[in-house]
Design a protein around this ligand. Structure first.
Ligand code: SP5
Ligand code: ZN
Length: 360
């Protein structure tokens, strides 16, 4: 099957080499590596897909979903780290936080950005696993450009659906803080772009194995962008641990505009597809007029980062179900860490989208 939907791509993803992850204080090998995107590209090239280059967009399009302070921090963090000599003494070649702006630390005050180069990361990062290196900012910024380019393509009616091969991923990033291998929220930027370009309500459906906590937080008090996520239950011990529960339904004007469906570890196609269907109905009932799919393929059986057991057929069926909504759709890459299956899983999902769209 030839894939007709445009694939938005940037070679700049390779500039981000995580260089490892600090987990429980130990530096372990990085999981969100450049080979991931290259494996996806190879699988999509094999079905003759058309690649489109990510178009540069102004920072204003990023600032629709992020505070300027986070963007400024990411832009300068590595250079300041290097200038402070930290790669030589104590010998840390990536930006790693050590002290965090925990809410309980300043119960009666608003924390300010620390002066020390080595303290600043703990104001902007909420975990120790998401390191910043020399090319991280440029790659993350290019990933947002890819998501925005895909949003522009479908908003202009150039294609009913477009896929952005975004790396590094983004759905764990809130307006102000980053983590979970993510730096800037690509899916949120695409949703904000669709919102302003189409004028209608937008839904973000997140099928990554992990809760899309950043996207949820960015739109939590808004009624015009619905957010919905199926993921492995944080209450069963899984990242992002603090969020992703079914009780999180939105706040203020956004009350009722967020839906979480946590699944038990070990859940497979049947439970997962029921949840995807529930999220699709949530978007339909909420009168969404455009859709962003946060497409992580780490819910697949065999992925090292999640205990869900979804098959390639399951991902294809999810693509069909989401395309059957009949909405202009932007798919944005999130997780997926098994290098031998990530490409085929993305290919199957996109093939499902194509099947569902021709049937809708
Ligand atoms: C985009 C995405 O899928 N981010 C998920 C990040 C979840 N990381 C949690 C890691 C938990 C510890 N895993 C042990 C790996 C040791 N290298
Ligand atoms: Zn994930």
């Amino acid at each position: 099957m030839r894939l007709a939907l445009p694939i938005v791509w940037s070679d700049r993803h390779r500039l981000h080499e995580p260089g490892g992850e600090v987990w429980v204080g130990v530096r372990t090998p990085g999981t969100e590596v450049p080979a991931r995107a290259d494996a996806i590209r190879a699988a999509l090239e094999a079905c003759d897909a058309a690649f489109v280059s990510a178009e540069p967009h102004p920072d204003a399009d990023v600032l629709a979903v992020h505070d300027a302070s986070l963007l400024d921090y990411l832009r300068t963090a590595w250079d300041e780290w290097a200038q402070a000599g930290l790669p030589d003494d104590p010998g840390q070649d990536r930006v790693v936080p050590y002290v965090f702006a925990h809410p309980g630390l300043t119960p009666h005050l608003t924390p300010t950005v620390p002066v020390a180069t080595w303290a600043r990361p703990g104001y902007f990062a909420y975990d120790t696993m998401t390191l910043v290196g020399p090319g991280t900012y440029e790659a993350a910024r290019a990933a947002v450009d890819a998501a925005l380019t895909a949003a522009d393509l479908v908003a202009a009616g150039g294609a009913p659906a477009a896929y952005a091969c975004t790396r590094p991923p983004g759905h764990h990033v809130t307006r102000t803080v980053h983590g979970g291998s993510c730096y800037l929220n690509n899916a949120a930027a695409a949703a904000a772009r669709l919102r302003t370009r189409t004028g209608g309500r937008v839904a973000v459906i997140d099928i990554d194995a992990h809760h899309g906590n950043g996207t949820q937080a960015i739109f939590y008090d808004r009624a015009d962008v619905l957010t919905a996520s199926v993921h492995v239950d944080p209450g069963a011990g899984w990242f992002p641990h603090f969020l992703g529960f079914a009780t999180e339904t939105g706040a203020g004007a956004g009350e009722g505009a967020n839906r979480n469906v946590p699944l038990a570890p070990g859940a497979g196609d049947a439970e997962w597809l029921r949840a995807v269907d529930e999220l699709a109905w949530f978007a339909r009932d909420g009168h969404a007029e455009a859709l962003v799919v946060a497409l992580g393929v780490d819910a697949a059986a065999g992925d090292p980062e999640s205990p869900l057991q979804v098959t390639a057929n399951g991902y294809r069926a999810a693509g069909r179900a989401l395309a059957a909504l009949g909405l202009p759709t932007v798919l944005v890459q999130e997780g997926g860490y098994d290098l031998t299956t990530i490409g085929p899983l993305v290919r199957e999902t996109l093939a499902g989208v194509q099947e569902g769209a021709t049937r809708a």
